[in-house]
Design a binder for this molecule. Structure first.
Ligand SMILES: C[S@@+](CC[C@H](N)C(=O)[O-])C[C@H]1O[C@@H](n2cnc3c(N)ncnc32)[C@H](O)[C@@H]1O
Length: 251
């Protein structure tokens, strides 16, 4: 774990309910002024002081400033408009599981994976009696060590890439390659695109993804601005859709 903390980047992770409450204006104003968000600092402190169990501590203490308390709007939109692969989907670092449940359906079984027992407990508590419960599963496991028996047609990464240590990114890409079916798709929300120091969340750029995905043969089919990003993240988030590149000589 890196020892320096992010001191200037507030509300990278924030709570959507706050934005719709009377506190929202204050929160937004703070965000614009780069005043620090105590929850983000507390999260960073927990993660840096306990590299192996920091995520568990965050969940235990309810320090989850990244959690928007609802499914990611662009993912819901893609699902509703038939823009997502069917089959088997994986959401690594799924947290409280909103995105997992949002895309689970008879045509798509979704696995939500998180290293934190408390995150998985929370997701299970929230969604075990959901109508689509037979189409998803929450699993406590380390993304970097987990070996499933079946591969995935879709992997959706949101605020997982930026949460891991930047040194782990090549391993992240290698795991994506291992877990994706040959014609599977990786969908990433590239966030936070910024120039702040430290983390998590660590700053990301499109080239950070390309740098690790190109060597494993995965290339972007499209990278576009996410116009459905929640307001505080707007302008700092892109939607990336990636697939294995097919070598022309094999065609
Ligand atoms: C920043 S949170 C994002 C949660 C969720 N994607 C969201 O947008 O609300 C990162 C999540 O990744 C989980 N995590 C961190 N390292 C992990 C690992 N090696 N394997 C699986 N999950 C991990 C944490 O417990 C945490 O829930």
């Amino acid at each position: 774990m890196r020892t320096h903390l992010c001191t200037c980047y507030s509300l990278l992770f924030n709570s959507l309910p706050l934005l719709t409450s009377p506190l929202s204006r204050i929160t937004m104003a703070r965000s614009n002024n780069n005043t620090s968000n105590p929850k983000v600092h507390k999260m960073q402190h927990l993660l840096h002081s306990d590299p192996s169990g920091g995520w568990e501590k965050c969940w235990e203490k309810g320090v989850t400033p990244w959690d928007i308390g609802q499914p990611t709007p662009i993912l819901v939109h893609l699902n509703q408009t038939g823009g997502l692969p069917k089959g088997r989907a994986l959401v690594p670092g799924c947290g409280s599981g909103h995105d997992v449940v949002a895309i689970a359906c008879p045509e798509r079984f979704v696995v939500g994976l998180d290293i934190s027992e408390n995150a998985i407990k929370q997701a299970t508590k929230l969604f075990s009696s959901s109508k689509s419960a037979e189409y998803f599963a929450f699993l406590e496991a380390d993304f970097f060590a987990w070996c499933p028996t079946q591969l995935f047609d879709l992997i959706f990464d949101y605020t997982f890439f930026c949460a891991i240590e930047p040194e782990m990114r090549p391993q992240w890409a290698s795991r994506i390659q291992d877990l994706l079916k040959p014609d599977g798709e990786l969908i990433t929300l590239i966030f936070p695109i910024s120039d702040h120091e430290g983390g998590p969340p660590y700053k990301v750029s499109v080239s950070d993804y390309e740098e690790v995905l190109h060597p494993v043969g995965i290339r972007a089919e499209s990278i576009v601005e996410n116009h459905l990003a929640i307001p505080p993240r707007r302008g700092r988030e892109k939607l990336g859709r990636w697939k294995r590149s097919i070598c022309k000589s094999l065609l």
